[in-house]
Ligand binder design. Structure first.
Ligand code: 4HQ
Length: 265
């Protein structure tokens, strides 16, 4: 995968490939990453990339010519790449989109500054707009880095153990289970007993239950519009049984549903 980021602050973006797992991915040649300075494509002597907005008002707009030239250059060095503008108006970036992008031959991530880029670029040289969330950044760089980071760790070979990506939060529509390491007791709090037991089946079940509980409490929206897997159903049924024990059979609507089904035979 080739990733080219167009920015007026290439050092800021290059910090991503100088550290940690993304650096290793570049060293392994799993990705080739480059931050291209848009200013290098400004034709005038002072390499100006911004100008005043037509119609007046405060703030500046990114001039289309340097960006267009930088984009054409990037397309030449990244065949088949998708050109993406970082923008609050874009499709909301998530793990499913990260997976989709990780299967492309290349990404060209365009970072605006100031009030944004001249709108004529959006309909033309840009394939798609992506947003990393409903808040306003001073530039697209942090958004591009978030996308490049999330995509890079999904490229085959980058994580080492591919199953690690399968266990990630969101990859199966749930948050991840809790994690613990030594010491066994920290500030009076012990690691859950089962994790020290060496009993793999029970550990797997604990992890699934932890994952479901954290999702249920923190992000119940993640359960909407997706099927409940059989192993998940087992745990939900166990919760239901415990709640019914606590509240009494008739007190829960679910108990009523079951009774009616029994009556229907
Ligand atoms: N931007 N997700 C770049 C964002 C943003 C976001 C605001 C994009 C400033 C110039 N980008 N302009 N949120 O806040 O992607």
């Amino acid at each position: 995968m080739r990733i080219v980021v167009l920015t007026i602050f290439p050092e800021l973006v290059a910090a991503l490939w100088s550290h940690g797992m993304v650096r290793r991915a570049v060293e392994q040649r799993a990705v080739s990453a480059e931050a291209v300075n848009i200013r290098d494509f400004a034709p005038d002597r002072h390499h100006v990339t911004d100008d005043r907005p037509y119609g007046g008002g405060c703030g500046m707009v990114m001039k289309p010519e340097p960006l267009a030239a930088a984009l054409r250059h990037a397309r030449d060095t990244a065949p088949g790449a998708r050109a993406i503008l970082m923008s609050p108006q874009g499709r909301r970036f998530d793990q499913a989109i990260a997976r989709e992008l990780s299967e492309l031959p290349g990404l060209i991530l365009v970072c605006g500054r100031y009030e944004g880029v001249d709108d004529r670029l959006v309909g033309g040289l840009i394939d798609e707009e992506l947003s990393i969330g409903d808040y306003v950044l001073t530039g697209g760089e942090l958004a591009a880095m978030a996308v490049a980071d999330a995509v890079t760790r999904l490229i085959p070979g980058v994580l080492g153990g591919e199953e690690s990506a399968e266990r990630d939060s969101f990859s199966d529509g749930r948050l991840e289970h809790g994690h613990y390491t030594r010491p066994p007791v920290f500030e009076g709090e012990a690691v859950p007993e089962v994790l020290l037991s060496g009993h793999h089946a029970r550990i797997e079940r604990w992890r699934l239950e932890s994952s479901l509980m954290r999702t249920f409490v923190n992000r119940p929206d993640l359960f909407e519009g997706r099927p409940v897997a059989p192993a998940e159903r087992d745990i939900f049924e166990a919760w239901r049984a415990r709640l019914q024990g606590l509240l009494g059979d008739e007190a829960t609507p679910a108990a009523g549903t079951r009774k009616r089904r029994r009556e229907r035979g």
